[in-house]
Design a protein around this ligand. Sequence first.
Ligand code: GRF
Length: 223
Amino acid sequence: MSLPGLVILISGRGSNALAIAEAIDDGRLPARIHAVIADRPAAGLARMADRGIDTALVPRKSFSAQAPFERALTEVIESYAPGLVALAGFMRVLSADLVTHFSQRMVNIHPSLLPKYRGLDTHQRALAAADAEHGASVHWVTPELDAGPVIAQARVPVRPEDTRETLAERVLEQEHRLYPAALALLIRNPVLDLHDISKHREPPLLDLSLDAAGHLVEPAGGD
Ligand code: GRF
């Protein structure tokens, strides 16, 4: 049986891409990474190439405008015919055209408890608001930034002594658990119509939240 193929898009260190690769290697995620693609020279590309994974660079800087860049990016992604495209620290807002092209195939990880704090500086914003908890979300990508249906979330308590850096670090640790688990959920349950926003639950279907002691919080009883 051929495994569902992923293409991962990154812009930086690629620690989430690495977490996905590790989950595949240790059997938690029944998938295959066809390629990791970056929009700029990203440290994560070398880390993935070292694991024998195909990498590609489609530098935004080499294009005069966003539209030709996105055409080239789409072509490279489609050359791998992926079942899912996973954005993992891909620091570029994509046009509605591209997002629509990959509709129902593109997911993202965002470092906040969506719908809170779309966009940048999420850790700082959670601290400024004196939030008791913060976390990460995996969601479908739709044309509106960070606004697509949420598939999975992991909450972490904010500690009084937290700085942006310590909070970001603790959330990132959870991202590394959350992203592979959310992808596995989608791949193992292809019949779940998770794209249908009306079927979304609160809390999301997959909840990997931790309590203050770092233990997994039992989800509140659902139906
Ligand atoms: C992560 O915090 C992700 O949620 C955000 O950018 C960061 C990327 O980290 N969108 P990495 O490149 O996966 O290490």
